[in-house]
Design a protein around this ligand. Sequence first.
Ligand code: AMP
Ligand code: MG
Length: 490
Amino acid sequence: MIETIAGLNAANSFSELPPQFYTRLEPQPLSQPRLLHANPDVAELLGMSTRIFQDPVFLDVFSGKQPLPGGKTLAAVYSGHQFGIWAGQLGDGRAHLLGELAAPSGNWEMQLKGSGRTPYSRMGDGRAVLRSSVREYLAGEAMAGLGIPTTRALALVVSDDPVYRETVETAAIVTRVSPSFVRFGSFEHWSSSPAELRALFDYVVDRHFPECRAGVQCPDSLNDTVARFLREVVARTARMIADWQTAGFCHGVMNTDNMSILGLTLDYGPYGFMDAFQANHVCNHSDTQGRYAWNAQPAVAHWNLYRLAGALLGLGTPQDTLKEQLQHYEADFLQAYRGNLMRKFGLLAWEEGDDDLADQWWRLLHTQKADFTLSFRSLAAAPAQPDAFLERFADRDAAGAWLERYTRRLKHDERDPDQRAAQMLASNPLYVLRNHLAEGAIRAAAQDDPSEIDRLLQVLRDPYTEKPGFEAYAAEPPQWAEQLQVSCSS
Ligand code: AMP
Ligand code: MG
């Protein structure tokens, strides 16, 4: 376990790409930065002892004052489609890739977000506000606790430096951690530059998709590798979206520049875990058209994969070959989605009629505006104690009709009811990162108080296990939460 920053031996493989892929530069540090929180779980992933948090250089590195030993700090360029429209060049406008660490758990890149202007900042100030930084810091951990593929966060540094949004806020820097921050938009950026596109493709495949290359004995054609790569990105993306859907997670800004090539949930901005279920729920107040509504996410991801495939055309792969890979998306998604629902419903297999059972469940939740998380959670005890379940719904008759059908369905499975209930409690979380819980952590953080972040992380790292003393974290949102709005402003 590494205990000091000097003990870290970082590298930066991304910096070995040709120079047009990035700009080497230093972050702009915050004035009088303070380490508000550091994450022991992510430290462990990185092979660090939590003693490293006490190293004074820890704050220097993760506030952008000093480089990571061995790392080569840079901002990467990418492009993307934003809200369905080609936006052209974007890039790390407020992020700095510090380098990567080789840990027993794998290779991890470390990136500062909110660390100042870069050549890709366009009109932005290069900063991130405390509010959105706390939300990003918590989100990765909440998703990881649910078992959903995601980037993580190591540290949250705050300062009194003012940042001008709708109001004056203060600046913060989150250190994000991921095997890679390459996005669909990174490929789109080079779609008309065959040499660069090939360099990026080879880099990503060699490091993250080596199985897409055939064995040395059997010389492979580039087109086969491209096909296998796209097939794998389709599969990973479909599984990630299925996980979002069955956790009630809305990303909020599913632009192609926010889609990880590794199929990780990336770029937490105006995201939300649903409270009351509405199929067309839009978590991002700026998304006035509802492009990224909960029930639109699966189709949007497919659309985004088409944009990625369009970029890969630049490698010379025939269109039909790429199209063929994209066609697997729906089946991949349905398989993962049904598998998730199967576990959430406590079923042993997905039978004919189960799609309709699920549709009726969503309809029930939607018409009753029932709480997403607690409704699923209450299913485990519903067959044995129907009253407690039915009380959750305004229309008890509608809920009763569904429960009767569900109880009949359970009889197809030969299964011990207690075992089933236990498995269901391990598949339906009690705690999720509701907006009002994040808001509580933000308000405390604004007073330099990290205790709410700490308490939230305690429940979110294992959201399936009920913890005494944390009843409020499992409750439906209080009335004041209705006022909360999250938008693209961050
Ligand atoms: P997002 O929608 O947050 O993923 O950001 C889209 C693009 O805008 C990315 O290229 C970001 O780096 C850039 N960006 C967002 N906010 C800022 C900011 N405050 N300063 C500079 N660039 C920003
Ligand atoms: Mg982004």
